[in-house]
Each structure stands twice: as structure tokens, then as C-alpha cells.
Design a protein around this ligand. Structure first.
Ligand SMILES: [Fe+2]
Ligand SMILES: [Fe+2]
Length: 265
């Protein structure tokens, strides 16, 4: 098996990209992506393609955790194995929908940023903190808003695929929250690893996110990173067992914008 190495971005040591079919073009910076304005005729297809690609990356990360942490508790390994199965179904569902929309794999650039960051960390609590507890929790926020918007725009099929995926993502975030808590209870020093992981992700974001005023490869003017924070999916974050204090902190970062029927307390 070929070992996947590392590369440097300034002072950051990130993990090299995972293998992808030759039809895909992997890019590093989000300004190289083709994220269109919502009204653009290719916007829906690019969104489905991007989410499909992110699901492949989620599958890779969960599988790599299984391969690199063989001594992790068996129940956690089972959760990661089940996650692999969920993510592979997500890839298939989005690929099917992409084809129905007239799209094809590889028609837009993709990024494996979540892998580059998460798999650069050499401890499992840190990886759960970035991938499941941050990226996938963020995806719950994004999809919680995207699914109804897509439905309102007259595409209930894509909305149904996204809603189905969201239900699984809640559990991926929840088991990470449970296991991080359990690891910290066993050894308080794990908290430092979790804090390091979150800080490492912040630094990677700062290095690779486009700056306000920059135009991406699809000609779209990029918003400032602070304006890209999605409204918080409070209900699903509760289901994923974030504490009230943690939800309050995420809400603060999102300028107190939230989705869901239940107002945060
Ligand atoms: Fe997924
Ligand atoms: Fe997931």
C-alpha cells in the first residue's frame, strides 16, 4: 500500500491528497473551486458535485482512522465502520442525483481540504474533533438550510437526498461528541489535543480560505470568511449532543442566526 505523505503550507504540515479517479481535478484553495452564484444555471449541479466529493472525503477519513488507529476501543471502531457504510451510500445517492441533473463526475474542481487537515493530526480525539465535530457539524448547518432552499426552488428530489443524508450526519457528530467526552474523562490531557486540533484547523482555514474581494474560478466575488458562517442548525446540534453552552458559542460565531423551529434558550 502506498503511504500518503505530507506537504507544507507555510508552517503547517498537512496531509497529501488521497487518491481520486483521474477524471477529478483536485485544488487546494477554495478560490479555485467553481462555487457559483445561486442563480447560475450550473449552481445546483456544482453544489451536488461538491457535496458528493465531500462525502468521498468523509468516507476516506473514517476509513483511514480505522486503518491508523487499530487499538481504538472496539465500539468506536464499529461506529467508524458504520460511518464508512453511511458515507458510501451518501456518495451513491448524490452521484445518482448528479446524473439525473445532467452532470458527470469530474465536471467541476474538487477539494480534499477536510482530509488534508484531519489526517495531518496524529491522534484520534483530534481527528474526531475536526472531522466529525467541526466539519460534519458545519455540514449539518449548511444542509439544514440548503435542503429547504432547494425544495423552495422547485427541486424536491435533491432536497430529499440532502435530508436523508442529514439524518445520518447527526449520528456521526453525536458519536464523536460522546467519544471525545469519554476520552477526556479517562485522561484530562486529551482536552489539550482537542484544543490543538481546533486551533490547527483555524490556522489551515486562515492559510487557504479566499480573502474578501477575491474572485473565485467561476467568477464569483467571495464573501469575507465571517460572512460565510452558516446559520446554526440548533435542533440537529442538540440531537448530536452539543451542550447548551457549546451551541451558544457557535451561535455567537454565526451572529446569532439559526434555523429550526425551536428558539435556542
Ligand atoms: Fe455523509
Ligand atoms: Fe458523515
Amino acid at each position: 500500500m502506498k503511504e500518503i505523505g505530507h506537504y507544507q503550507v507555510g508552517a503547517l504540515r498537512l496531509r497529501e491528497n488521497p487518491a481520486r479517479d483521474s477524471c477529478f481535478r483536485l485544488v487546494q484553495n477554495d478560490s479555485e473551486m467553481h462555487e457559483y452564484e445561486r442563480s447560475h444555471p450550473l449552481a445546483r449541479r456544482e453544489t451536488v458535485h461538491r457535496h458528493m466529493s465531500n462525502e468521498i472525503t468523509s468516507l476516506d477519513i473514517a476509513a483511514q482512522c480505522l486503518a491508523e488507529f487499530p487499538d481504538a476501543p472496539w465500539e468506536l471502531r464499529l461506529e467508524l465502520a458504520r460511518q464508512c457504510w453511511d458515507e458510501s451510500r451518501h456518495v451513491s445517492a448524490l452521484f445518482r442525483r448528479l446524473a439525473e441533473l445532467g452532470g458527470a463526475k469530474g465536471e467541476f474542481p474538487i477539494s480534499a481540504f477536510e482530509w488534508n487537515v484531519t489526517c495531518a493530526l496524529d491522534d484520534l480525539p483530534g481527528r474526531l474533533a475536526t472531522q466529525n465535530r467541526t466539519f460534519e457539524a458545519g455540514a449539518m448547518d449548511v444542509v439544514g438550510q440548503l435542503a429547504p432552499a432547494v425544495e423552495a426552488a422547485g427541486d424536491p428530489e435533491t432536497a430529499a437526498v440532502l435530508q436523508g443524508i442529514l439524518a445520518d450526519e447527526v449520528h456521526h457528530v453525536r458519536f464523536a461528541n460522546r467519544w471525545i467526552k469519554a476520552f477526556v474523562e479517562q485522561d484530562r490531557r486529551v482536552l489539550l489535543k482537542v484544543a490543538f486540533a481546533v486551533r490547527f484547523l483555524e490556522r489551515a482555514n486562515a492559510a487557504l480560505q479566499s480573502q474578501p474581494g477575491e474572485t473565485n474560478a467561476a467568477g464569483r466575488a467571495m464573501d469575507a470568511p465571517s460572512e460565510r458562517v452558516p446559520a446554526v442548525n440548533v435542533d440537529d446540534r442538540r440531537l448530536a449532543e452539543f451542550s447548551d453552552d457549546e451551541i451558544a458559542e457557535v451561535l455567537r460565531q454565526a451572529g446569532f442566526r439559526f434555523i429550526g423551529l425551536q428558539a435556542p434558550e
